[in-house]
Design a protein around this ligand. Structure first.
Ligand code: GLU
Length: 508
């Protein structure tokens, strides 16, 4: 029987979820769902110094907003939980004891001062100090000290860490070949690796130990994570071998690069160029500073997920606008790229504009109603529906809707000076006055009928389209952009159209 697919997203709650982390979560989700598997959220909170209050809730809420829910995780039924590493300490203690018994881990008592001395001494000689087979018998640990001395120190309460015995005796060839689903075989010389700390002196496991122990205990079949963990692959592979556990399959995802294509995408790039790098607004608990999120900036989750999915993966189709279920259907980890993916904020906006045309219109309507309220304007659901249909094509962000449609609900606050200079001619007031007379008897119940009536009228009056359309738009919208003018006139009705034209005639 083939192993059931179980993948996990394992963030550390050290701050808000960066867009790169969100993509890792998304690829895990797509892979799980493609293979009818489970997507697990595990909170890796063993580093108490870096713990940030609110970060865990933020991660959970961000996944929820993106519609990529986890099957198991904090707050779900405890199938293989608990799902927070701080609640699994006993497991790590037991695991490290197993390694000690197997002769693959040992106690080390070296103080940080003495390690620093070794480091400096090596540096002065142009060498790098690596704690491993080279020198471990010359350092203070349970391999170099007598059993009694070790016990004495432990009973004494001396500080110690527990280290992994990477290679027993160096010198002989000792390569390990690990397989990465995206990058193929990764060959590493174990003689060059250090005896990594598995257990810290504060009694907490390090990432390496806890991660491997949990992936095993949670029956993770595929470890899909960021490229920054590739250098740890050989160590993790070795840990599985030492425990005599089945090794999961690994895939290391490419980096997200700055819009320039050079270097890793950072929060600062977002601040500088004015685009969010977080899914939701994040308020720093210490400084109170708010970093903008996609949601609040007017992006819809459908677009964020679509855009992110294609950052580093190519489904090999012409079609770019894809729903979550289409993404699941097409996803293949082998097609994920090896090289970094350039983050293009303009393309991100384009995806959003495209998705705004396809999602439920009620989402857009609600946003419009909400934004109008800020101006003390009550927009009825019927009017919101009409207006959304007229303007949504021009909206890249949900938050742009109000700016694109405010003239449906309030008089223009001024008139675009450049447009006035160009379009407001000597004969304009006369043409508009004639229009006011025509308007009185025109029916505004149907834009297409009104348009036909209007065309007959201007032909009869020998008024050209150019003479009237731009000035009329200036009166009603205040600028030359906006929805179809006949739609606008029918929406506003006789009274408002008349008063806006009169106001413009007085003010321009
Ligand atoms: N806690 C690690 C991180 O936040 C998880 C890495 C992994 O997925 O193994 O990057």
């Amino acid at each position: 029987m083939t192993q059931a697919v179980r993948v996990r997203f394992a963030p550390s709650p050290t701050g808000p979820l960066h867009i790169g982390g969100l993509r890792t979560a998304l690829y895990n989700y797509l892979f799980a769902k493609k293979h009818n598997g489970d997507f697990i959220l595990r909170i890796e909170d063993t580093d108490q110094n870096r713990f940030v209050p609110g970060a865990e809730d933020y991660i959970v809420n961000a996944l929820k907003w993106c519609n990529i829910p986890f099957d198991e995780g904090p707050g779900t039924e405890d199938k293989k939980g608990p799902y927070k590493q701080s609640e699994r300490k006993e497991l790590y203690k037991k695991a490290v004891q197993t390694l000690i018994q197997k002769g693959r881990a040992y106690y080390a008592f070296d103080s940080s001062e003495s390690l620093e001395k070794h480091r400096v001494y090596h540096e002065e000689k142009g060498k790098t100090f690596i704690y491993n087979w080279h020198n471990r018998l010359k350092l203070e640990n349970s391999l170099s000290l007598s059993k009694e001395e070790v016990q004495k120190r432990i009973d004494n309460g001396d500080r110690y860490v527990i280290r992994f015995l990477m290679v027993e005796n160096g010198g002989v060839e000792n390569f390990i070949n690990s397989t990465d689903l995206i990058r193929g075989t990764i060959r590493v010389d174990l003689n060059l690796l250090d005896d990594k700390i598995l257990f810290k002196s504060d009694g907490m496991p390090t990432y390496h130990l806890a991660n491997v122990v949990d992936d095993h205990a949670m029956e993770i079949s595929h470890v899909i994570r960021g490229e920054e963990w590739l250098p740890s692959l050989a160590l993790h592979h070795q840990l599985y071998i030492a425990f005599e556990w089945k090794t999961p399959q690994f895939a290391h995802l490419p980096l997200l690069l700055k819009p320039t294509g050079k270097g890793k995408l950072s929060k600062r790039d977002g601040d500088k160029l004015g685009f969010p790098v977080f899914p939701l607004d994040w308020r720093d608990p210490e400084t109170g500073k708010v970093s903008p999120g996609y949601k609040e900036a007017g992006y819809v989750p459908e677009a964020v997920v679509n855009f992110l999915a294609l950052l580093g993966w190519n489904p090999g189709t012409e079609q770019e606008i894809l729903t979550l279920s289409e993404l699941i259907g097409l996803f293949s980890i082998e097609q994920v790229h090896k090289s970094g993916a350039r983050f293009d904020p303009e393309k991100n906006k384009w995806f959003n504009q495209q998705h705004l045309q396809h999602i439920e219109e009620s989402v857009l309507e609600e946003q419009l109603i909400k934004d109008a309220k800020a101006f003390d304007i009550v927009v009825s659901p019927e009017k919101a529906q009409k207006v959304v249909r007229l303007v949504k094509e021009r909206a890249s962000l949900l938050t742009e809707l109000w700016g694109l449609s405010s003239y449906f609900f309030m008089d223009p606050e001024g008139y675009d000076a450049k447009a006035v200079r160009k379009q407001w001619k000597e004969g304009t007031p006369e043409v508009l006055t004639k229009f006011l007379t025509f308007l009185k008897s025109a029916s505004l119940s149907e834009p297409s009928n009104f348009q036909a009536e209007f065309k007959t009228w201007i032909a009869d009056e020998s008024i050209s389209f150019g003479q009237i359309m731009a000035p009329l738009r200036l009166c009603l919208v205040g600028k030359l952009s906006g929805a179809d003018l006949f739609e606008i006139i029918c929406f506003l009705g006789h009274k408002t159209v008349t008063s806006r034209i009169q106001k413009a005639l007085q003010n321009i």
